[in-house]
Design a protein around this ligand. Sequence first.
Ligand code: FE2
Length: 200
Amino acid sequence: MNLRKVTSMKHIFSIFSKKKMIRAAAKEILASMTKSESLLRHARTVELVMEALAEKLGENPEQYAVTGLLHDADYEMYPDQHPQVIVDKLKELGEPEIAHAIAGHYTKWAVPKISMLDKCIVAADELTGFIVACALIRPTKIDGMKVKSVTKKLKTATFAAKVDREEVYKGAELIGWELNELISFIIDVLQKNKVELELV
Ligand SMILES: [Fe+2]
C-alpha cells in the first residue's frame, strides 16, 4: 500500500471518529453546563433547525447540528462570559469553525461572518426562539401556524420583547433568503418535530 493511500485512509478515519466524538461530546457538554429546561429545549430546537438548514444547503448536517446545540451552552453558568467559555472549549476540542460561528452568533458582537455556518446560526437562533414563543400562545401550538401570524407578531414590539427584531431581519439577509421563506422553513421543521418539542 502506498503512503498516499495510507494517509488518505487515516484522514477518512480521523473524520469519522472525530464526528462521532464531537456529537457525543456536544451532548455531554450541554448536559454538564445547562439544567434549565427551557434553555435545553431552545438548544434542541435550534439544533434541529440548523440540521435542516445544512441538509437544504448541502452543508454538513452534523457540524450545523452541533453548532445549534451548543450555541448557548455556557449561558446558564457563565452569563457574563457568554459565549467565550463554550468557544474556548470548542477550540480545545479542535472545532475552530463551530467555535467561530458561536463566537459571532449575535451580530452586535461584530465577529465577521465568513462561512455559511456563521450566517446560519444567526438566521436560526432568534427567529426559532420567536416562532416557539408564537406557538406557545396558540391553542393548537405549531399546528396550522401561518407565516403571516409570525410576521405580524414581529411588528408587535411588546410580544416576546426580549427577541431582538434586528437579529431576525439580519439573519435572513445574511443567508440571502426572504424572511417569509425562512419563517416557513422553521415552522416546517418545528411541525415535523412537534411531539418531541411538545408543540402540540
Ligand atoms: Fe440562542
